[in-house]
Ligand binder design. Structure first.
Ligand code: MRU
Length: 365
């Protein structure tokens, strides 16, 4: 059963977004984020297809969470094999499942990072029994899950210094516990500041078209007892002009070697507004979100999503049938507009290629 878990040192409770239940024949339990905040419903993925659908339709979402889910998806792939199947056949099934799951969403690099890491580990086991291969892949998925929990906690601890007493903080989309295995990235910074007894106010952009800010971020912060105010996306400039925002903190889906950062559509606009108003703009992300194989943000693939998401709102049609829709899910914020990237390995101020390379070793996969 998924439930809440104590945020570091029992300060308050945070939600558990996903959890593997059982051994190699188990299943992945997820909070169905499509239903929040109206209903808290969980779903169990017992095969690769149901996990693919859960990722594609955003039942599970957020860069670190889909990485962890993807790794467990490889455990599900191995459950399909029978006693007569060889380890070679199992490795082929893994490659197939890896390719299929990787085709669910293109932007967040954590998905590819986790899939590749678990596949690499499995391939190193070539020649052992099918059951030991299953155990190896489950152990690697569990390691990715546990590491993510720890990375989230450290990001919060490194980042809480940027939240000053009495500050107004703007965030976009949801980079909370729901988006990770742990206590989130951008929201982890807020949780740790809250734990220290700081008083501050968070403004959560509603985040059109799917409202991750209004539905998920506001829900998480409210549960933690943090002062949160929901605003429509087009209100951010006015709030900055009024001096209500002292820092912007968001998560990330992929960070290029030079620090350019893909995050939910609308983040780029916020970075320009922040620059104009002299407000520091922070990205909070684990090292698994860095893609050091690409030099700049221009190389980050941007997911395009269905027109339906834009022309319907809560089941009601809000634009004429047949109208042309453009629905990119992410945009890229330039490194020059990022005051610092807060990682589990420390803070990278004024990020650029040299500073990032110095702080983070090359991609482990
Ligand atoms: O489309 P989503 O909801 O998966 O987009 C999520 C985001 O953009 C988050 O900000 C990002 O993944 C960081 S989550 C710690």
């Amino acid at each position: 059963m998924l439930h809440t878990r104590a945020c570091s040192e029992n300060a308050f409770m945070i939600v558990e977004a996903l959890k593997w239940i059982g051994g190699t024949d188990g299943c992945l339990e997820l909070v169905d984020q499509r239903q929040l905040p109206a209903e808290f419903v969980t779903l169990q993925c017992r095969d690769v297809q149901s996990l693919f659908d859960a990722i594609k339709t955003l039942a599970v979402r957020g860069a670190p969470a889909i990485g962890v889910a993807g790794a467990y998806g490889l455990v599900l792939a191995l459950q399909k094999l029978g006693p007569n199947d060889s380890v070679e056949e199992a490795l082929e099934s893994l490659t197939e499942a890896r390719t299929y799951l990787a085709s669910s969403r293109p932007t967040a690099v954590n998905l590819f990072w986790a899939l590749d890491r678990a596949c690499k580990r499995a391939n190193a086991q070539h020649g052992t029994t099918l059951q030991s291969l299953r155990e190896t892949v489950l152990a690697e998925a569990n390691a990715i899950y546990l590491e993510d929990i720890e990375m989230c906690r450290r990001i919060g601890q490194h980042g809480q210094q940027f939240i000053k007493e009495g500050a107004g903080i703007l965030t976009h989309c949801n980079a909370g516990a729901l988006a990770t295995a742990g206590q989130g990235t951008a929201l982890s910074v807020m949780f740790e500041a809250h734990k220290k007894g700081k008083r501050f106010k968070v403004y959560a952009d509603e985040t059109r078209p799917l409202l991750q800010g209004a539905r998920l971020t506001a829900w998480e912060l409210q549960q933690a007892g943090i002062d949160v105010t929901v605003i429509c996306d087009n209100m951010a400039a006015y709030l900055m002009k009024q001096g209500k925002i002292n820092a912007v903190i968001t998560g990330a889906d992929r960070i290029a070697a030079n620090g350019d950062t893909a995050n939910k559509i609308g983040t780029y606009g916020l970075s320009i507004l922040a620059r104009e108003h002299g407000v520091p703009f922070y990205i909070a992300a684990p090292s698994s979100t860095f893609d050091l194989n690409i030099k700049t943000g221009a190389e980050i693939p941007i997911e395009q999503r269905a027109a339906e998401e834009v022309i319907r709102f809560a089941g009601t049609q809000t634009a004429p049938s047949g109208v042309t829709v453009y629905n990119p899910a992410f945009d890229v914020t330039e490194a020059r507009d990022i005051a610092a990237i807060i990682t589990e390995q420390g803070v990278i101020e004024n990020p650029n290629t040299e500073r990032i390379a110095r702080r983070l070793p090359p991609n482990p996969v």
